[in-house]
Ligand binder design. Structure first.
Ligand code: IPE
Ligand code: IPE
Ligand code: MG
Length: 246
């Protein structure tokens, strides 16, 4: 259960709530370093924060949250850090999935599970199965995910299905991505002040609004998410067209 007693009231009434929010959860290592803690402590704080942000998404009425948890490139980190991250993912799945399911969260995975430890693969599959009928919030976890790998995966599957060049459309292509059937993200948040995409949703975020924020991921709280939504409301999305005449 969420204890909202101490939470600041936030006025959402005049805001358009983005349907699909995507977040590059970055800055765990720097958050820890600033406190003289090991990087793993930053990853733990990041996992705890995810819980708070999922609650806030449910509260705000966001329908889809996509989080970048582990990239195809992150395997190149020191083995100890990779092992530590896998341990956190396994623990979050063990300890949080029942609560998340009770909250109406439906878990999806974006990425490739091959190469991931079999026990962790099994936990992911079980969590997806357990939550598949929930419809309050779709939580896409990009884990062992890379945008380029996703596109190659889609192209291979299309070739295997015998798709002919003249059949190929943008919408058919989208249907071969891990996000098949879901609308594209409206906003991509990147915490920790970095101004790059780092191989995240490179097809789907073609027209997303980018929102970089200096906050490290463990500090990106409900109010920071609210600020991102306010900023989103100040953007004019034009999709290549001319602005509306006033
Ligand atoms: C994000 O935080 C978590 C993952 C990439 C798994 P980082 O670990 O990248 O933190 P910084 O960027 O080093 O501060
Ligand atoms: C992006 O962060 C990946 C995740 C948040 C999982 P990184 O920390 O790996 O990205 P770079 O290395 O700064 O581009
Ligand atoms: Mg980083």
């Amino acid at each position: 259960m969420v204890n909202r007693a101490h939470q600041k009231p936030l006025d959402l009434s005049s805001l358009t709530i983005p349907t699909h929010v995507a977040i590059i959860m970055d800055g765990n290592g720097r958050w820890a370093k600033k406190r003289g803690l090991p990087r793993q402590a930053g990853h733990r704080a990041g996992a705890e924060n995810l819980r708070r942000i999922i609650n806030a998404c449910v509260e705000f009425g966001i329908k889809i949250l996509t989080i970048y948890a582990f990239s195809t490139e992150n395997w190149g980190r020191p083995e100890r850090e990779v092992r530590g991250l896998m341990k956190i993912f396994a623990r979050v799945l063990d300890q949080e999935i029942d609560d998340l399911s009770a909250q109406g969260v439906c878990l999806h995975h974006l990425g490739d599970l091959t190469g991931v430890e079999p026990a962790l693969q099994e936990k992911v599959r079980r969590a997806i199965e357990l939550t598949k009928h929930n419809d309050r919030l779709i939580l896409n976890v990009a884990f062992n995910y890379g945008g380029r790998a996703e596109i190659l995966h889609a192209v291979r599957a299309m070739l295997a299905d015998g798709i002919k060049p003249e059949q190929l459309t943008e919408s058919l292509f989208s249907s071969y991505l891990f996000t098949a059937g879901l609308p594209d993200p409206d906003i991509v948040v990147r915490t920790s002040g970095e101004l790059r995409i780092s191989n995240f949703l490179i097809w789907q975020a073609a027209y997303a609004e980018y929102y970089p924020t200096p906050a490290y991921w463990p500090d990106f709280d409900r109010e920071e998410l609210y600020k991102a939504i306010v900023a989103f409301n100040q953007r004019e999305r034009r999709f290549g067209l001319v602005p509306d005449e006033k």
